[in-house]
Write a protein that binds this ligand. Structure first.
Ligand code: FAD
Length: 400
């Protein structure tokens, strides 16, 4: 059965740049766009900034460096790492990078420029930073659709406590993690072929203090699996992350997994007690853009004329990737730019690009681009690169 609705949706807001999603990518994009002097709104369906990196309790800020002592990610990616531990690190304080100029200490295996932060302090500090830059944040607000004129988004439909409204936009950053806006606007997208395994990271307190329990099996892309990995996971349930009912089921299973884990731990230590569980689904890879360029993990150390920054491979020392702007845009929707864990990459590259520093790198580039134009395909990428370089971003590996 289908119900035909006739909607009269009031256009309540307008802005130059609308950032949909307030995870690390969305925060970076909003910050970058606001610093270009544009009016910026950020929508977030939760009531806290940071997405998986805060509400999702994923509090490991993975490396900004290549593992051999060279920093590769700069700009807002570094600014947010420093902000995350401005009031103290939860673990892995990167002293070799922040308190010492001696490069010798930065080459050890365990001396990467990474850290662990407190999710709530980081979320509130990000909120203060965005407010300082006059970003208008709308919490509890879901982007639920768009209207288009030609090949551009004209308004984004939202729903929150007030009801259904619309925002008139010049350009849009899709930082939803799932390419929601791209789908609403009819841009090509693709799903993660493997699907996600169940994760249930939670915080608990025991006699030794407060700590993160990284519960669940960390899967890897097909090309890195051994036969033993395939055998071990072949009966595991997998989740696409783009179906409302499936996500609800997954959350209930994640809650049960946490409870069972805690009950088991309590048998050994009566003082252990859970303090926080994730309020959003812990999904690594769901839906991505099929953009103008699709980057693969074999393209390490390759130079791109449209590079907007660099990232390393969190899983091993050595590989460095320049990030092509073409992975963030599509000619089907010209005023849309995608950032974070849903850019246009192969499934094997996705495992690299989905992590926090990479989301900040694409977020910053998306924010500057969205502030510059409502036509990403016609954008003068050299001018975008000049602005990023002015912000401290290093574009090419040869410049390190
Ligand atoms: C189990 C697990 C372990 C991980 N481990 C690490 C790790 O150790 N280190 C690391 O760096 N990374 C890790 N990651 C990956 C990393 O945490 C995320 O990929 C990254 O934080 C994603 O940032 P993002 O901003 O792209 O997306 P998200 O954090 O998903 O943010 C998207 C935001 O958009 C909001 N949103 C979504 N749809 C809408 C909509 N329609 N309207 C309004 N708002 C919307 C969401 O509420 C969310 O806040 C892990 C991920 C998982 C699941």
């Amino acid at each position: 059965m289908v119900i035909r609705e006739t909607l009269q949706t009031p256009v309540t807001y307008e802005c130059d740049v609308l950032v949909c999603g307030g995870g690390i990518a969305g925060v970076s994009a909003a910050l970058a766009a606001a610093r270009q002097g544009k009016s910026v709104m950020l929508l977030e369906k939760q009531h806290i900034l940071g997405g998986l990196g805060t509400a999702g309790l994923i509090t490991y800020y993975l490396p900004l460096c290549d593992g051999y002592g060279k920093q590769v990610s700069f700009g807002i990616a570094e600014e947010l790492l420093r902000l995350s531990i401005q009031m103290g690190a939860e673990a892995r304080y990167p002293a070799n990078w922040l308190d010492s100029d001696d490069p010798a200490g930065r080459t050890e295996h365990d001396a990467r420029y990474e850290t662990r932060y407190n999710p709530y302090i980081f979320a509130v500090l990000m909120e203060q930073l965005l407010k300082q830059e006059s970003v208008r944040i709308l919490y509890g607000t879901y982007a639920v659709g768009v209207s288009t004129k030609g090949d551009k988004i004209h308004t984004v439909m939202i729903e929150n406590k007030t009801g259904r409204q619309a925002i008139a936009v010049k350009s849009v950053v899709d930082a939803t993690g799932d390419c929601d806006i791209a789908v609403f606007a009819g841009a090509p997208t693709a799903l993660f072929q493997q699907g996600n395994l169940l994760a249930s990271w939670y915080y608990a307190l025991d006699k030794n203090g407060y700590d993160l329990h990284s519960l669940g099996y960390a899967d890897m892309p097909e090309n890195r699996k051994t036969d033993a990995d395939r055998e071990r996971t072949k009966h595991f349930e997998r989740f696409s992350g783009v179906d409302g009912e499936e996500i609800s089921e997954m959350m209930q299973k994640a809650h049960r997994l946490m409870l069972d884990d805690w009950l088991k731990k309590r048998e050994k230590d009566a003082t252990v007690i859970p303090t926080t569980i994730s309020s959003i689904p812990q999904l690594r890879m769901t839906r991505k853009l099929v953009g103008e360029y699709c980057q693969d993990d074999t393209e390490m150390h390759q130079e791109y004329a449209d590079s907007v920054g660099m990232v390393s491979d969190w899983r091993e020392r050595g590989p460095v990737y320049e990030v092509p702007f073409g992975t963030m845009v599509t000619k089907t929707v010209k005023n849309l730019v995608v950032a974070g864990r849903c850019t246009s990459v192969t499934d094997s590259m996705w495992d690299i690009m989905r992590v926090i520093p990479c989301c900040a790198v694409t977020g910053e580039a998306a924010g500057v681009a969205a502030a510059m134009t409502d036509d990403m395909i016609a954008l003068d990428v050299t001018a975008l690169q000049a602005k990023l370089v002015k912000n401290g971003v290093v574009l090419h590996e040869r410049d390190l």
